[in-house]
Design a protein around this ligand. Sequence first.
Ligand SMILES: Cc1ncc(COP(=O)(O)O)c(C=O)c1O
Length: 314
Amino acid sequence: MSQLIVLNGQIVEVEEANVSVLDRANLFGDGLYEVIRCYTGGLFEHGTHVERLLDGAAALGITHDWTRESLESAARRLQAETGIMEGEMYIQLSRGPAVRSHYFPDSQSPTIFITLYPVRPIPPDACTAGTSVITCPDMRHGWCHLKTVNLLSNCLAKEKAHRHGVWEGLMLRGLDRTTLPGSVEEYCDAPGELSSVSPGDKFAGYVTEGASANVFVVKDGRIATPPRENILPGVTRRITLELANRAGYEVKERRVLAEELLVADEVFLTSTVGEIMPVVNIDGHLVGAGEPGPITRRLASMYTERVASAKLRG
Ligand SMILES: Cc1ncc(COP(=O)(O)O)c(C=O)c1O
């Protein structure tokens, strides 16, 4: 079996096809793919597949020089070189390598590769006699509690924050809307979800976490943070809960409605790199007095002490 593939336009042996470990497909799942069936050497519906790939790249803002024609010619070259007549062609296009940071790199050098392997066998009579299936919960974009590299949505939230000149994107679920934005531009250009909401207005959504941090709210001396469902329960979150309990605060892990953000006295983020970070403005609304609150400051200083004592222990 030939082991040739196309990498960034060149035909190379698969063993020599080096892609950076920093490729954003590897770090974040920040890429797209297509599978095309090759029948007797012909690429079935190649144009339709390639249109979908190019549309996806435009929607995600992946910049590249590929066209329908250049992709078709690369695919045909690979088919001719491998001689595979009955095959599965796989095309993957990613935003390319960049030092790990959720938001998009300033300049992109996308990675594209194409493989062609003989078609995988399917049960011989499955298409004539029929097959059996099993139902399962739809887990796509689920299992947030595992720190998986399936981070495209987090990247989009961080990219939106970046474009709005703020540090973090706070992610909301349960929004009362019927359509999703169709592209990164539309998603990022839209103002924050709470920008047109006044405190006291009814607002359906609830907050889960930041793109790369957990979130806490404080109201009347009580601390709340979203529960473990639909979040990555961070190490810093756990330490913060311990510190808050030790300091004698009332702390609850419970659903936090988005509208609570508008009336909170304090809001803060927790993460390994950002530690305990006060949030003073959300979508243009000041949080409390618009400056770090006393409970946040107390917990942040307890956290600093905790780090210092860990440093002493070595
Ligand atoms: C989605 C998400 N939530 C929360 C966190 C905070 O976790 P930790 O405190 O373990 O850094 C992270 C950190 O990367 C994250 O990606």
